[in-house]
Write a protein that binds this ligand. Structure first.
Ligand SMILES: Cc1cc2nc3c(=O)[nH]c(=O)nc-3n(C[C@H](O)[C@H](O)[C@H](O)COP(=O)(O)O)c2cc1C
Length: 381
């Protein structure tokens, strides 16, 4: 059996395989509540048998949404509405996961298919945004309110409460979103955090809020629940967060109760202007479109800490994914755009890797028919 399709256990949860649906914002919620689209979207990946299916970034408070159409879990009603989705994912033998998020100074924008711009001052749904310091994320963004220490403590509580509701909703895995320039990442990066209190200054100060959130979530969910933390391994801009910083953070996250570091990059201030590999060498401009361009980040953290890692970013081919898993670069392999393009990617990948010659992974409702189709037209992908 391939490594990609071998099970892996983290704390109290055994994942049937290492293929993960990366968090994917759909900008289709109403008042933070999931809609039929969310059920259709996430249940399709479960029918495709991804081992772990993450929700999109799900806000821990209303002003933590990226757009007015983002999913939320700041109320019990929102948590209850997610239950049919988690139940179906489990019914398919997959693990339901939720990404808990706060968009911070990148909140109150329009969805990408409407421009991804800050909502205008007279827009009926806009809200005031918050961040570590009064520094906008880009020239056309508003200046965020600088959170007070008391407001930060309140947000730690909001993350913990959202974690509790996530368990009530049936999620078995929680990922804390600490990447892409959103609130927790903006505290980590010296580009966006220029505070002079305990939540700023050197890396220890800048890590404090994300670590407090991680500890509070771990305390809330107990010892059995696997916790993932998504990082932007590098900012990719002059004077920004570096790969060495990420190793320091990962070690501290491990002590705070995190099990898996999910290695993405960029987002603190527009698009990364340059990228470096783990050996410090610059990658060329188009590297963000090259297969597996972020895998070295996951590999380095896996090598230099006791933690498990998840790789993400332009992972397309089954053989590429298997190589990442079997060579020990990462424990989980997450797909975003490719699995939207082909939601049954895991079923086809298992065939390609020789793990499912009898179509046994397929849902029974499809297996008997797909089996027969194969007799008519040999099917391998
Ligand atoms: C439509 C879309 C929505 C996304 N939403 C999120 C999100 O909610 N949270 C997050 O951490 N990343 C989000 N991402 C980033 C993906 O999770 C993933 O890291 C990225 O697309 C790279 O993987 P890929 O090359 O397989 O697409 C999103 C990406 C896309 C394309």
């Amino acid at each position: 059996m391939s490594q990609l399709f071998s099970p892996v256990t983290v704390r109290g949860t055994t994942f049937p395989n290492r293929v993960v649906v990366s968090p994917l914002c759909m900008y289709s919620a109403v008042d933070g509540l999931p809609q039929p689209w969310h059920f259709a979207h996430l249940s399709t990946f479960a029918r495709g048998k991804a081992g772990l299916v993450f929700t999109e970034a799900t806000a821990v408070e209303a002003i933590g949404r990226i757009t007015p159409k983002c999913l939320g879990i700041w109320t019990d009603e929102q948590a209850q509405a997610l239950k049919p989705i988690t139940a179906f994912i489990e019914e398919m033998g997959c693990i339901p996961g939720i990404q808990l998020a706060h968009a911070g100074r990148k909140a109150s924008t329009s969805p990408p298919f409407e421009g991804a711009q800050p909502l205008a001052a007279d827009h009926p749904e806009r809200w005031d945004i918050v961040g570590p310091s009064g520094i906008p994320t880009a020239d056309n963004f508003p200046v965020p309110h600088e959170l007070t220490a008391d407001e930060i403590k309140q947000l730690v509580t909001s993350f913990a409460a959202a974690a509790r509701r996530s368990l009530d909703a049936g999620f078995k895995v929680i990922e804390i979103h600490g990447a892409h320039g959103y609130l927790l990442h903006s505290f980590l990066s010296p580009v966006s955090n220029q505070r002079t209190d305990q939540y700023g200054g050197d890396i220890q100060g800048r890590m404090l809020f994300p670590l407090e959130v991680s500890k509070a979530v771990r305390a809330e969910v107990g010892e059995d629940v696997p916790l993932f933390f998504r990082i932007s391994a590098i900012d990719g801009i002059e004077g920004g967060w570096t790969m060495d910083d990420s190793v320091t953070l990962a070690k501290a996250l491990g002590e705070a109760g995190i099990d898996v570091v999910d290695c993405s990059s960029g987002g603190v201030s527009g698009a990364p202007r340059f990228r470096v590999a783990d050996d410090g060498k610059p990658l060329n401009k188009s590297s963000a479109r090259q297969p597996g361009f972020q895998v070295p980040y996951a590999q380095r953290i896996r090598n230099e800490t006791d933690l498990k890692t998840m790789a993400v970013g332009v992972i397309i081919d089954p053989e590429q994914a298997e190589q990442i898993a079997s060579s020990g670069q990462a424990d989980f392999v997450a797909l975003g755009r490719e699995i939207m393009h082909n939601p049954f990617w895991p079923l086809h990948a298992a065939r390609t890797l020789g793990d499912d010659p009898e179509f046994n992974l397929w849902p029974k409702q499809y297996k008997w028919a797909v089996d027969r189709r194969a007799q008519i037209a040999p099917l391998n992908q």
